[in-house]
Structures are given as C-alpha cells and as structure tokens.
Design a protein around this ligand. Structure first.
Ligand SMILES: [Zn+2]
Length: 678
C-alpha cells in the first residue's frame, strides 16, 4: 500500500489540475506544492523560521552533496536530517541522479552505478541505487527518490532508450534497497523528448509499488513548448492515484502551466538564485533591483505582498543592499520570492478547490508571462559603460543603412526592423486602414473614431496617425472632421523616453504630443478634435476600460519575446470587447500561428499589403461585412491557405494541451470564412 495515502480533493472541469493531500512521517502536505531547495541542508540565505514564515511546508535536500559532506555518519549520529538542520517538517531527498549527469567528465557510468571523484576531498565514490538509498535512509527523509539516469532532452532515440532501460532497472533495485523502511519512494520517468519512450516509462513505473512518480529529464535543454508538451503527455500516462512531481521546474509561469497539465509537486532554485542576482518576482512582473530607477523609491517591492520584506523595507533600501552586495539583500529578496511562490501555490490550490482554476489559469498566464524569461539564470547584464544610449531594457539601434530604431535588450528584438520605421507605420497601419478618409465626417453629429495603438513603443504608429490627422486638418475645415480618439497601450515607457532624448535620430518625435504623453499620459490637439491617451500597464487588463475601437494597430513585440499578446485567448478577448461593432485589426505579422490564433478567436482574416522584403501582413475583421466593405478589398484567406495550414509544421499559436489543439483545429475547420457558401 502507498505510504503517503494520497487523496485527490478536487479536479476542476476544463483543466487537468488537481488539489490533493498526503501524509508523511512529519505531517500532512497539501498539493499543489512548491518545495524550496536545501541542497546543502540549508535553503540559501534563509533560516528555518524564515522558511516557515514564507509558507514552506516541504523542503528538498540532496543525497549526493550531503554524502560527500558532512557524510552519512554525521547524519546517522543526529538521527537524520531533521534534527541536524532543525527542520521538523517533511523533507524530500533527491538521489543524486541529476548531479552525476551534471559531471559528465568526472564520472564513469555503468550498470552498477556512477563512479566519480568527490569535489570535497578527491576520494572516489560509487553512487549506485543501493548506496543512494542507504544515504537517503541515513538522512531519514520523508520521500526518497530513486537513482535515475538523466540525459539531455535532445538525446537521440537510441541513447534515450538505453538510459531509460537503466533507469527502470535501477528503479527496481531502489525499491528492493528500501525494504520495509517507512520512508516513501518516488520513481522517475525518463525518455528525453521521445513520445513513445515517455509513454513506455510512465507505464512501466506506474506498475511498480511507488508512492509517487516524478517526471525527470526536463528543464535540461528542451524548449519551453516541448516541456509543456511532454509534461502533458506523461501525466496522461501516469497512475491518477499517485502524486506527480516535475523535477527542477521552474519559473512561476512554468509551474502554472504544469499544474494545468496535472502536476502536483515542484522544486526549483530560482527563487533564491535570482534573489542573489537582485531579482524579485512581483505582481507587476520581475524586477531587477540593481536598476537605478529604484534608487529613491520608497515603495515596497510589491504593494500586493504582505511578506515581512514588503511590510518593512523600501525598494531603495533593497537596491542599496544589492548594489553593495550585502547578505541581507539576498536574504530579504529570497524571502519575498519564496513567499511569492508559496502564495501562488496557495492561490492555485484554492482556485482548484473552488472549480475556478481554468479562469485563474487564463488570467495569470498573461500576468506571469510578463515576468517570464527564457533564461532565468542569465538575466540581462547592465554594463557600467554602455556602448550605446540605453534606458531600462532598451537601446538605440542603428542599422547598416543608418536607420535609427529601438532594440529591446533582453530579447534582442528591433522595433520596425524592416524599412524606416516611419514608412512602415504609414504604409502598414495608417494608409492600409484608410485613416485619412475615415477621419472625414459623413453624418452629423459624427461618431468618434477610436484607434487602439497596441504597443506604443517609440510612438511611430501613433505619430503617423497624428500626422495624418494634422494633414487632414490643414487641408479641410475642422467641421468636416470627426472627433478622433487615439488610445495607446504600453507597459514600459522606457523605449519612448529613450527615443525622445534624441530627436535628431527620431524626428517623428519633434512634436509636443509625445512629451505630454510621457509627462501627463495624454495630449489634446488645439482643435479639441483629437485626444491621445495612454493606457499604461498590462494590455489584457487595461483594454477593459478603453473605448471600443474602430481600428486596432497591433504592434507589440513578436510572440518570441511576448507570447501572451499573440494567443487565441487575447484575440478572443479583443473581439468580445469590440462586438457587435465592426472593427479592424492591422498587424505586421503574417505568421501562420498568429493567423490561426485570430481565426480561432473568431476574426475574419485577410492578407494585408507587403512591406519591404516581407511578402504580406495581416488584417483581421470582427465581422464579415467589415471585410467585404473594406475599400482596399484585402483578400480573405481561403481554401489554398487552409490546405497549406493542414500541412504546416507550426500550426498552433502557443504551447497548448492536446485537447486545446483539437479544439483549435475544429474552430479553424468549421470557420465561416472557409465554408463553401463564402
Ligand atoms: Zn513580499
């Protein structure tokens, strides 16, 4: 019988997420749960008291490191790790499989185990399934992990299969080595990125008398999308009645995605590791406290957090500690980050119990994506003497042709990289949406024309629209023009502020409007007809309070750096906000994934004009009538596109569950736009 007596408390409809609980030798545990990593029998920078007050329940210690130092004799003398480190809650111990994998040149690996030299005293050791379990018994942990053979996620099929077979044999040896010990034990699914191997491994281990099952070999070289896909696949083939643990994962967003795919337990060094580098996870995204913008800030790290760090200290103080490399800075940030993770887990659990998880997932997927980073261990470095003009995450970029633009440092992405940015803004957005003729009053009193400018950036599109208005105003009398409201959405004004400092390179900003936007968040034309306003913050949230648009200039960073703004969900939300109005969305992207997301959301999608070397762009309409009546007659995607899409390798917008893909496929295949009557 299972030693943990795992019980599922609820599984909400619309997600594979589950809330559960289990019993350990040191008390009950509620899932989903995040386990802070105490590699050397300490969570770096924290005391047992601070861990508890941050909300930690289970911690993870490492058999490999503690075998080498202080050694099993010390742990036996203390009766285990609990008394040794003064922690009375549950402990999970890792076997060392991942560590021997990380030392590829300093070990020999065969059926018996891994022979390696200690980094502490140079002595040679054999880490075998039996010796690892013996060590974990000496530690007296509540949950032991089997020794497994971890390989890179990109390993070939033959290599992955061989490692998996060894892992299976070692799993059986580990169970025998446990004997009748009351300590629970988890098996580890391997198989790299090979679907059949992963299924085989999940089925094989599910049939053995384990108390829980872990997914190993992820977060070791695969892409984020592959990680989601394989997590989804493996949880489909694991016994439902055992807790599931995704080893070494991850960022808050990774954890949310994995909970949605049916995982119950997590561990990761990120909260403490990033704290060491001055990074805080907050409800506004990930903050780098080294930045000078915090030098005078009296605000707490996160106004929505009630942890001790946020209640008692300012950003300015933490900025100072981080800059001076003081230990307290690491402690305070690490404490807050752990509190952030534990609160996230608690919120997820509550929403699962209330059957509310699917909407929690959708909402926070966007919020957490903002703070996401493909390489969490390598945040952007801020050099002391910047080679180019920089502000925050942006720098001025000058192309070979001498075109000035703005580059996002973290992603390397250049705004409007193809042709001079002003030309692109005019051709792709202003001309294509026939703005000049739409500004002309057709009836009296005239409706206000509303444009959403999503991704203000350095205000190229907004200023192109304003220039178009001013030209119309100069040519006509003002009683011939409609009132015009331009709403710009942006979460980071640094790129505009950076460009505004250099009007020589960015002549489109030689105008009062962008400066008023930076200072007051709005600007009005002297005629009173044009009102430009800034909605600062997350587009997903702020679109709720903006006027319903006629035209949308959709120009955020690409899905590579800002995936959340290119999903079917966000497009559906835009559509919902516009309906029943006939609105049009213009975007530079012509990627299949973006068009699929628009179609799945219910838009009618047409080809836009090509600019520069790009073959085409995309226009999306909320209604068919809107597409039909467009003066430029942009061609709607038809059967040819559909045929190409069915064969395409990049069919879907972002990381999706298998059932979500099926859903999207249905939406596309049954879209009115492709029906015979059209
Ligand atoms: Zn806090």
């Amino acid at each position: 019988m299972s030693r943990l007596n795992f019980k599922i408390e609820n599984e909400p409809y619309g997600s594979k997420a589950r809330a559960g609980s289990f019993e350990t030798l040191h008390g009950a545990v509620e899932t989903p749960i995040f386990m802070p990593v105490a590699t050397q029998a300490t969570v770096k920078g924290q005391t047992v008291e601070s861990l508890k007050s941050a909300g930690a329940r289970v911690i993870l210690a490492n058999a490999y490191h503690l075998l080498l130092r202080p050694g099993p004799e010390v742990l036996r003398k203390f009766g285990g790790i609990h008394r040794f480190m003064n922690w009375d809650g549950p402990v999970l111990t890792d076997s060392g499989g991942f560590q021997i994998f990380s030392l590829p040149h300093a070990r020999e690996l065969d059926e018996a185990g891994a022979r390696f030299q200690s980094y502490v005293d140079g002595k040679s050791y054999l880490l075998s399934p039996e010796s690892s379990i013996e060590m974990q018994k000496a530690m007296g942990s509540d949950i032991m992990m089997v020794l497994d053979q971890c390989i890179t996620a990109t390993a070939s099929c033959a290599e992955a299969e061989a490692a998996m077979q060894v892992t299976h044999r070692w799993a059986e040896r580990s169970l025998r080595a446990r004997g009748d010990s009351p300590q629970a034990m988890f098996g580890i699914v391997q198989g790299a990125c090979h679907q059949d191997l992963r299924k085989k491994s999940a089925a094989f281990l599910s049939a053995l008398p384990f108390d829980g099952l872990a997914i190993g070999g992820l977060a070791v070289g695969e892409t984020r999308l592959e990680r989601y896909e394989f997590t989804d696949l493996v949880t489909d083939h694991l016994s439902k009645s055992l807790p599931r643990y995704l080893m070494g994962v991850g960022t808050p967003m990774d954890i949310l995605e994995a909970v949605h795919r049916g995982v119950d337990m997590f561990d990761c060094i990120i909260p403490s590791q990033l704290a060491r580098r001055g990074v805080a996870f907050t409800s506004h995204g990930k903050l780098q406290l080294r930045r000078t913008v915090y030098k005078f800030s009296e605000s707490p790290l996160d106004a929505r957090c009630d942890c001790r760090t946020c209640r008692q200290y300012s950003r300015a103080y933490i900025h100072h500690l981080v800059k001076s490399d003081e230990m307290l800075g690491w402690h305070l940030l690490g404490f807050h980050n752990l509190a952030f993770y534990h609160r996230l887990m608690k919120e997820m659990r509550e929403s699962i119990l209330l059957n509310d998880f699917p909407s929690y997932y959708k909402k926070n997927r966007f919020a957490l994506a903002r703070s996401d980073d493909e390489n969490p261990s390598h945040p952007p470095k801020y050099t002391k003497a910047p080679p180019r003009a920089r502000l925050g995450n942006y720098e001025i970029h000058i192309s070979h042709q001498g075109i000035s633009s703005i580059r996002q440092i973290s992603s390397g992405e250049v705004m409007h990289s193809v042709i001079p940015p002003g030309d692109e803004a005019k051709k792709l957005y202003v001309d294509q949406s026939v703005l000049a003729s739409r500004l002309v009053k057709r009836e009296s009193p005239a409706d206000e024309l509303v444009i959403w400018d999503v991704g203000l950036g350095a205000a190229w599109n907004a200023m192109a629209a304003i220039q178009c208005f001013e030209q119309s105003y100069a040519e006509r009398r003002d009683n011939d023009l409609r009132p015009f409201r331009l709403v710009s959405f942006e979460c980071d004004l640094d790129s505009l502020a950076l460009a505004a400092k250099d009007p020589k390179r960015f002549p489109h900003l030689r105008h009062a409007a962008p400066f008023r936007i930076l200072i007051d968040g709005e600007w009005r034309h002297a005629s009173g007809l044009l009102h430009w306003e800034l909605m600062k913050g997350d587009f997903y949230e702020s679109m709720e309070s903006a006027r319903v648009p006629d035209l949308i200039y959709y120009d955020p960073f690409s899905s590579k750096s800002d995936a959340a703004l290119w999903t079917a969900e966000i497009f559906a939300k835009i559509l919902q906000r516009c309906m029943p109005k006939s609105a049009e969305l213009y975007t530079y992207s012509s990627s299949t994934a973006v068009r699929v997301a628009l179609l799945a959301a219910g838009f009618f999608v047409a080809e836009g004009i090509g600019i520069g070397p790009k073959s085409d762009t995309t226009i999306a309409f909320t209604t068919f009538k809107g597409a039909k009546d467009h003066p430029l007659l942009p061609p709607l995607l038809g059967q040819d596109w559909l045929k190409r899409w069915r064969r395409s390798g990049a069919k879907y917008p972002t990381a999706l569950l298998h059932e979500e893909k099926t859903q999207i496929e249905k939406l596309i295949e049954s879209h009115q736009q492709f029906s015979k009557d059209f």
